[in-house]
Design a protein around this ligand. Structure first.
Ligand SMILES: NC(=O)c1ccc[n+]([C@@H]2O[C@H](COP(=O)([O-])OP(=O)(O)OC[C@H]3O[C@@H](n4cnc5c(N)ncnc54)[C@H](OP(=O)(O)O)[C@@H]3O)[C@@H](O)[C@H]2O)c1
Length: 301
């Protein structure tokens, strides 16, 4: 696939939501989407951080059309309030980029007792997407984009221990949440197809990027990454490219998965990404959907 970001026609009149728009890959995705002409709704948990990011984007792109709406994905009430506000203030949603994420396992749980990475990375986005589905025009250019990760490859869904209380390897908890992002995109796409919709859902991973997530690492790990990052990792702007491909290319199909194709898939030209066999299991994706409905208390599609 030869995707050229310079050939994208103006997207004026179209509306996108980017979650976690204030930092890292979400910031760069928002900047690029605004440059293509989208009105971008920055869905951020901190209004102060969002406002600062908006000022930074406007310095680089003075014509950018940016709104801010508060969203804490770890809290289902906040997700519901966001969806309600969005529906009251906008007439449609053309592209939803489910970008926000928590990388470092903290052991913390949300107010419903759900581990924060699963709650934020997966459940919040599951509910947000489904609540907004009826705002999305039934068109092939309408997109729902999930940010997965290379970390999905060693992961599985721990249905008997979704909070990861008994998992010794803490990175497996992050892996589970990113696998859930990928499998949710697949399952959503299958259900959209079954409902005869033209909207497509697809997933991407950004490779490795020295973004804000790494600031939560131990100092030693952080500085090692900082020194090595220009050689092995993507800049946040390059790491945003898979999301842009998924959001903008008219050649992509629902259920596809994109990422950088260089060494170890950390950086490089964007194309089809590799995925684990486990991630292709439709029975697991369906069970995850049902579990997510139970955990959010709502049924969809
Ligand atoms: N960086 C990588 O190498 C890498 C690799 C694979 C996948 N990814 C994925 O790429 C996505 C973006 O990561 P990044 O590297 O750009 O990370 P980042 O710089 O840390 O940005 C994460 C964003 O998510 C937001 N967020 C966290 N918890 C939230 C919540 N409860 N509600 C709403 N927003 C919340 C953060 O808001 P605050 O600023 O308020 O914390 C921030 O805006 C994530 O989904 C991540 O899993 C990243």
């Amino acid at each position: 696939m030869n995707f050229n970001l310079n050939n994208i026609p103006s997207q004026k009149g179209r509306i996108a939501i980017v979650t976690g728009a204030n930092n890292g890959i979400g910031f760069e995705t928002t900047l690029a989407m605004a440059n293509y002409g989208f009105k971008v709704v920055m869905a951020c948990r901190s209004l102060n951080k969002a406002e600062k990011a908006r000022v930074d984007i406007l310095q680089k792109a003075p014509q950018a059309d940016l709104d801010i709406l508060q969203l804490d994905l770890s809290n289902l009430d906040s997700v519901k309030a966001f969806a309600k506000k969005f529906k009251n203030n906008y007439t449609k949603l053309d592209v939803l980029i489910n970008n926000a994420g928590v990388l470092i396992y903290s052991g913390k749980k949300n107010n419903a007792g759900v581990e924060l990475q699963f709650a934020t990375n997966h459940l919040g986005h599951f509910l947000l997407t489904n609540l907004l589905l009826d705002m999305i025009p039934d068109h092939h250019a309408s997109r729902i984009v999930a940010l997965s990760s290379l970390a999905h490859k060693n992961a599985k869904i721990y249905f008997d221990d979704i909070n990861g209380d008994h998992i010794k390897d803490r990175e497996a908890v992050y892996g589970q949440s990113k696998l859930a992002n990928l499998m949710f995109a697949d399952e959503l796409n299958r259900r959209l197809k079954k409902a005869n919709k033209s909207i497509i859902a697809l997933a991407v991973h950004p490779g490795g990027s020295a973004s804000g997530l790494f600031s939560e690492m131990s100092r030693l790990k952080y500085y090692t990454f900082k020194i090595l990052s220009p050689f092995i990792l993507n800049s946040p702007a390059s790491a945003a490219k898979p999301s842009l491909l998924a959001a903008l290319s008219l050649e992509v199909q629902g259920g596809e998965y994109f990422g950088p194709q260089g060494f170890n898939e950390f950086k490089g030209k964007v194309g089809y990404a590799k995925r684990s066999d486990y991630s292709k299991r439709e029975d697991v994706a369906e069970r995850l959907w049902e579990l997510s409905e139970d955990m959010t208390g709502q049924s969809f599609l």
